[in-house]
Ligand binder design. Structure first.
Ligand code: DOR
Ligand code: ZN
Length: 341
């Protein structure tokens, strides 16, 4: 099989930033009809009014299908969340444990403090997207997701059974298992966690463009993610977590977390699904399972993927005074995307 026609994909986890970086990266997600837009700006997007204003900046910068989120803080007003959802301004709310990742300082420290918001969301049918890592300094960085599943996600699932949860960017066998075993919870998986493991990042030299959070794990976890993504199980769907940082901030003494995968995400995924002999399941992962999880229709239009010569990708994209380096899986990619719209 060297030609594949699939419903147009969506990206259920995307960072577009703001200002000049937004203007650079917004057009780079052109293969995707819609995307869940992460709210971890500086300052974060915390109110419905801020989400509406950010949505307008996103569309002005050239991405037509933003699905906005609010950044959950301990001061979030439940009524504002419910109203923003009822008005169609937001699709979901994002929970960052404070200190877990980039711009998460305003996130949640005390889960009891956000109970009223979670209860209101549960009642009104507002989905919750979770960055699932504990932040305790005594927990090894490679164990932070599995520990979160036990200590935080399991009690949260039990306390709010009707709350629709997306476990974002799962990176471990434990998180995959939890999602498989529980109701009303789905999971996004990134491109880099399917294509790479911690050896790619650390063996034979430290490669900053593989560094993201949650951090790449050992190969056995990568295998569990590849099995989940290619299984056809509708609980698993694409969220690229494409997270651009300026090249100088990645190639630095203290490297910023995030991989920029938006431009070639679909070529990467076709490569992975072909390796797993599962090209017939690519459409479910990129285009069908995500809309079903969020209660939306799949896109009607289609794209075509064609296998051909090795892609000639730039190392970096530069525009608007910004430079951002593409994620490089370390081998050529052969799947080209044609837009049929
Ligand atoms: O690697 C990451 N980068 N993980 C996150 O959770 C946030 C993201 C970012 O915003 O840069
Ligand atoms: Zn993210």
């Amino acid at each position: 099989m060297d030609t594949l026609s699939i419903r147009r994909p969506d990206d259920w986890h995307l960072h577009l930033r703001d200002g000049d970086m937004l203007r650079l990266v917004a057009p780079q997600s052109r293969h995707f009809a819609r995307a869940i837009i992460m709210p971890n700006l500086v300052p974060p997007v915390v109110t419905g009014a801020e989400a509406a204003a950010y949505r307008d900046r996103v569309t002005a910068a050239g991405f037509a299908g933003p699905l906005m989120t609010l950044y959950l803080t301990e001061d979030t007003d439940p009524a504002d969340v419910v109203q923003a959802h009822a008005d169609g301004i937001i699709t979901a709310v994002k929970l960052y444990p404070a200190g877990a990742t980039t711009n998460s300082a305003s996130g949640v420290r005390d889960f009891e403090a956000v109970r009223p918001v979670l209860a209101a969301m549960e009642k009104a049918g507002v989905p919750l997207c979770i960055h699932g890592e504990v932040t305790d300094r005594d927990i090894d960085i490679f164990d932070r997701e599995a520990t979160f599943v036990d200590r935080t996600l399991a009690p949260l699932r039990a306390a709010h059974p009707a709350l629709k949860i997306t476990s974002e960017h799962v990176t471990t066998r434990e998180a995959v298992q939890f999602v498989q075993d529980h109701d009303n919870i789905g999971a996004t998986i990134t491109v880099q966690h399917l294509m790479a493991n911690r050896n790619d990042m650390l063996a034979g030299g430290m490669r900053p463009h593989f560094y993201c959070l949650p951090i790449l794990k050992r190969a056995t976890h990568q295998e569990a993610l590849r099995a989940a993504a290619t299984s056809g199980d509708p609980k698993f769907f694409l969220g690229t977590d494409s997270a651009p940082h300026p090249t100088h901030a990645k190639e630095a003494t203290c490297c910023a977390a995030g991989c920029f995968t938006a431009p070639h995400a679909l070529s990467c995924l076709a490569h992975v699904f072909e390796e797993e002999d599962a090209l017939d399941r690519l459409e479910g992962f990129t285009s069908l399972h995500g809309p079903a999880h969020y209660g939306l229709d799949a896109n009607v239009d289609r794209i075509t993927l064609t296998k051909g010569a090795a892609l000639d990708l730039p190392d970096r994209i530069e525009a608007h005074g910004q430079s951002v380096t593409l994620f490089d899986p370390g081998h050529p990619l052969y799947w080209h995307v044609e837009d049929n719209a």
